[in-house]
Each structure stands twice: as structure tokens, then as C-alpha cells.
Write a protein that binds this ligand. Structure first.
Ligand code: XMP
Length: 531
């Protein structure tokens, strides 16, 4: 396995991603872990990450001495290259300005890392690489035993190597996709240079994760808030596989879930997996508190706050009673790697609050429980793979995201039970048709071709005609978007025939709705959800 030491770069997680794409297991740890930690981790190779944009004040960060004493290959990236140079006796010129951008790097000599890896060759036959470069600080003198591996006109030492020791370093970022050969270089390092087998698959991860959970939990008990979403479901399935009945799941049903969703969650976890699940039907409480409230932010705060209260009350009971033995001491959460990075201290977040997201941060402290977060190292797509490997149905694991406040933000203005019931039925029809309509060129369903799709309830009435009679009923809007990061999104160009079928089914099958519209707004300026 590979150890990645993180100096605080925003793209460190991409290094992990590329390494795992090469089927090599790796973990990211802070740059200041102890020498003992590194020795007991026993990596076959170590990667030193970059650091955040303003390294100037942080250029004291160093890799622990054990990195150099272990005798394993080391790859330094950007700041990792600079600290490698300094620690091994080279020189760096530090600067408080830094440039990012595309660069063409010339490879020098024959190094194992870059041999045969190139994007094009110059007329003189030099191998050239198209890379994403960040420089400002740069290595100016090679440490003893190192040779030049790469250069650009503005960064004469853009890469260096000490092949006897297996030390390599590059000033550019091989982990970002703009560096065309980046994945090839990282694969070369972890497989050929560090000698990792490249046989790591999710199945191995399950065994390792189970062993870790058992070790961490011992004979204590764990509670987990199950929402039906992908992350908490996969966490529950994994922990249950590890410790069985020492896990109790608490599923808070706020009455704003999709059609049959609560039953499906119970069916899966209590029915098929035989996990202990407590379903708390809190819909009356939620709907009661939401009565008369129309402001979206107020609605979000009420739902988020109640959720925490209900969960806390339930967890408190379990903490006291346990599930028969001595009371829960751990709170499990489905935190995944991107959540860790987003809430990490290294980023300065200046974003204004557009919507206050539902979040249960702070709960473990309030409840006096220890945290168990078995998915902390994984990316979303890996969590999904893990879910399937654990036997969860692919339809569940590959579901579109669903917001914490649920239908509460998809019913505009005041939330009422009647509205929620109408919306649930209309939405189920939309999703059903998206799943069953195949786009012929890709062979994929429109559900899989969209990132998120749902129905929004508009509490306005419009006039229609049905049979011989006049109707005066509600309107729904269909929303389907395509996006890779949910920060920006385009509305999906669904086929007219599909829209037509959905519209006619909803109006015919859901009495109370007589008009269906399609939302053709992109984000920005609109958001994905309507509230
Ligand atoms: P917006 O509407 O801000 O949504 O464009 C971006 C993504 O975030 C989801 N979303 C939420 N997820 N709790 C969540 O867990 C929330 O309060 C929440 N609000 C929005 C939304 O569904 C979309 O995927």
C-alpha cells in the first residue's frame, strides 16, 4: 500500500483517486504524522502532496524523518518536491507569488518514472509532456545524488530523481487530468517503482474495513442515523457486516420521503440484512411544526433542527439502555472523503449561504459518543462500488441524490400532507418513466443519463378540462439536470416523447394535478432544487 502525506493541497484527494484507479490501495494522512505511525503503516511507497496556494508562510512544513529512513520510493509533487529538496540538502527559492497553468515540460535523461511517457517529441527528439504546472517557489539546486528529470524555460528544475534511492519529484501536478500523462506517471510510480501489485479491489477493502471496525469498536455498541441515502446505507451495511447486532440503526421518517421510501429502507435493512433498525415515525411532529411556515430558509431550519432533536432523543434512549447490553458508545456516520475535505481546516470558505444544508455536525459531542466513520477514505463512486459489493441493490446504490429536508423543499411555500401525497405519486411516475426509457445511442436509461431528476409541487391552481368537465387543480414542474459536481448544472434535453408520456400519466393517474411543466433553467442562475 501507498502512504500519501498531505501538506494541505486542494487536490490531494485526486492523488488518492489516481492511485486507486491503478488498483493500488492508499491512504492519505497529514504531513505531521509520527515516525512510529509511518513505520507501522509500512508503505511500499510514499507520495508527498502539494500544499495550498499560498505556501509562502507554510514553507516550514516538512515530511517526518521516517520517510527518508524507511528505504522505500518517494514521489514528491509540487510542494512535496520542494520539501524533498530542502530535506535532502538541495535549495529552494521561496516566493510569495505563484502561477498556475498549462505548461509544456521537457523530459531529461532516462528515468524510470518518465521513460516512454510523453505527449509528443520535439524536432530534436526530446520527449515533451503537457502538464498542469504551479510554480513560484522552485528548486534551484539539486540535492546530492539527484539528476535533472524535467524542465521548462521558467522552471529549469521541474523534475528531479535519485534513482538509486527511488526518489522522484515533479513541480507539476500529475494527479490533475490536465496533465495528460499524469495517471500514467502515478501508475508507473506505484506499480513499477514502488512495486505494488495492482490487484486492489473493493472486495479487499471490505475485509480490511471490517477488521478495522471490529478493532475500533471491540465489544461496545454503535448507533447510526439511517436516512435511506447512499452514504448512510452503505455505512450501515458495512458496519452491520462487521459487528452485527452491536449496531442499531435509527431511521427518522420525517414524512417528507419519496413514495414507499420508508418501507423500502425497512425492507432492505431490517428484512433482508436482519439489522436492528428503529423506525421513528415523526411525520406528525414535522408537519405540525411546518404548518403555516412558507419561508424556505425557515423550513430548512425547522426540518434540520427537528431531525437532530428526534435523533438525539432516540440516541439518548439507546445510550442509556443499549440494545440489551450496556448502551451505545459510538455514533456511526456515512461521512465520505469529499465531506472531510470540504469541512477541513485547510480551505478558506468565503461562500455566502445560498441554502443552509441539513447537517448533523456537533452531534457526537452533544451526545458524548465516539465517532465511527468507516467511509472517510472513499470517494462517492467507490462508496457505490462498495455498496454493490456488500450486496445492496444497484438501484439503491446508484440513486440520484435526495436532499436532507426531502420533499419539504420540493413543495413550494407551506408544506401540507395532501401536497406531499400528490407530489409523491407524481414523482414516482416521472422516475419510473426515466428508468424505463432507454436512450438508443448509449443504451442507458434516462435515469442514468441524468444526474438528478424530481418533481416539484406548485401550490397554485389552474383551469383544465377533463372529459366533459372543468377541472381546477394543482400544477407540478418536472426537473431533470445533468452535472458533474452539482455546482453548475444544465437542464436535461429529455425527449419530447418521454415528457409527453410522463405528463399524460401524471394528469390521468394523479387526481388533483391537471398541469405539468418542464423546468428549463440552468444553474446558475437557478439552483437545482426550487427552494
Ligand atoms: P442546489 O439546489 O443548491 O442543490 O443547486 C445542489 C445539490 O444539493 C442538494 N441539496 C441538499 N442536500 N441537504 C442535502 O443533503 C440539503 O439541505 C440540500 N439542499 C440541496 C440538491 O438536491 C442538489 O443535489
Amino acid at each position: 500500500k501507498i502512504l500519501i502525506l498531505d501538506f494541505g493541497s486542494q487536490v490531494t484527494q485526486l492523488i488518492a483517486r489516481r492511485v486507486r484507479e491503478a488498483h493500488v490501495y492508499c491512504e492519505i494522512h497529514p504531513n505531521d504524522v509520527s515516525d512510529d505511525f509511518i513505520r507501522s503503516f509500512a508503505p511500499k511507497g510514499i507520495i508527498l502532496s502539494g500544499s495550498h496556494a499560498s505556501t509562502y508562510e507554510d514553507h516550514q512544513l516538512r515530511a517526518p524523518q521516517a520517510v527518508w529512513d524507511l528505504g522505500v520510493p518517494v514521489l514528491g509533487i509540487c510542494y512535496g518536491m520542494q520539501t524533498m529538496a530542502v530535506q535532502l540538502g538541495g535549495e529552494v527559492s521561496w516566493s510569495d507569488t505563484r502561477e498556475f497553468g498549462y505548461a509544456e515540460v521537457r523530459a531529461h535523461g532516462h528515468t524510470r518514472l518518465l521513460e516512454g511517457v510523453q505527449d509528443f517529441a520535439t524536432a530534436e527528439g526530446h520527449g515533451m509532456l503537457k502538464v498542469w504546472m504551479s510554480h513560484g517557489d522552485k528548486v534551484t539546486t539539486l540535492p546530492q545524488g539527484f539528476k535533472l528529470m524535467a524542465s521548462t524555460p521558467s522552471c529549469p528544475i521541474a523534475g528531479m530523481a535519485n534513482e538509486d534511492k527511488g526518489y522522484y519529484a515533479v513541480q507539476f501536478h500529475p494527479e490533475v487530468t490536465h496533465t495528460v500523462q499524469g495517471a500514467a506517471m502515478l501508475t508507473r510510480f506505484v506499480r513499477d517503482i514502488a512495486g505494488c501489485a495492482g490487484d486492489w479491489i473493493m472486495g479487499n477493502y471490505i475485509e480490511e474495513a471490517i477488521a478495522k471496525i471490529r478493532e475500533q469498536v471491540g465489544d461496545e455498541e454503535v448507533i447510526l442515523g439511517l436516512s435511506g441515502g447512499v452514504d448512510s446505507s452503505v455505512a450501515a451495511a458495512l458496519i452491520h457486516r462487521a459487528i452485527g447486532d452491536q449496531l442499531t440503526c435509527v431511521f427518522v421518517d420525517h414524512g417528507l420521503l419519496r413514495l414507499n421510501e420508508g418501507d423500502m429502507v425497512m425492507d432492505m435493512f431490517a428484512g433482508k440484512l436482519h439489522a436492528k433498525v428503529i423506525r421513528v415515525d415523526a411525520s406528525e411532529l414535522f408537519l405540525g411544526q411546518l404548518a403555516g411556515v412558507t419561508d424556505p430558509e425557515k423550513k430548512r431550519k425547522i426540518i434540520g433542527g427537528l431531525f437532530v432533536d428526534v435523533f438525539k432523543a432516540e440516541a439518548g434512549k439507546l445510550k442509556a439502555a443499549g440494545n440489551g447490553v450496556k448502551g451505545a458508545t459510538f455514533l456511526a456516520q456515512g461521512t465520505i472523503y469529499p465531506d472531510v475535505v470540504e469541512s477541513g481546516g485547510t480551505k478558506t470558505k468565503k461562500a455566502t449561504t445560498i441554502k443552509s444544508h441539513h447537517n448533523v455536525g456537533g452531534l457526537p459531542e452533544q451526545l458524548g459518543l465516539k465517532l465511527l466513520e468507516p467511509l472517510r477514505e472513499l470517494f462517492k463512486d467507490e462508496v457505490r462500488e462498495l455498496g454493490v459489493a456488500l450486496g445492496l441493490p444497484p438501484e439503491m446504490v446508484y440513486r440520484h441524490p435526495f436532499p436532507g429536508p426531502g420533499l419539504g423543499v420540493r413543495i413550494l411555500g407551506e408544506v401540507k400532507k395532501d401536497y406531499a401525497d400528490l407530489l409523491r405519486r407524481a414523482d414516482a411516475i416521472f422516475i419510473d418513466e426515466l428508468r424505463s426509457t432507454i436512450e438508443p445511442n448509449s443504451g442507458k436509461s434516462w435515469y442514468d443519463l441524468t444526474s438528478q431528476a424530481f418533481t416539484v409541487f406548485l401550490p397554485v391552481k389552474s383551469v383544465g378540462v377533463m372529459g366533459d368537465g372543468r377541472t381546477y387543480d394543482y400544477v407540478v414542474a418536472l426537473r431533470a439536470v445533468q452535472t458533474s459536481d452539482f455546482m453548475t448544472a444544465d437542464w436535461a434535453e429529455l425527449p419530447y416523447s418521454l415528457l409527453k408520456k410522463v405528463s399524460s400519466r401524471i394528469i390521468n393517474e394523479v387526481r388533483g394535478i391537471n398541469r405539468v411543466t418542464y423546468d428549463v433553467s440552468s444553474k446558475p442562475p437557478a439552483t437545482i432544487e426550487w427552494e
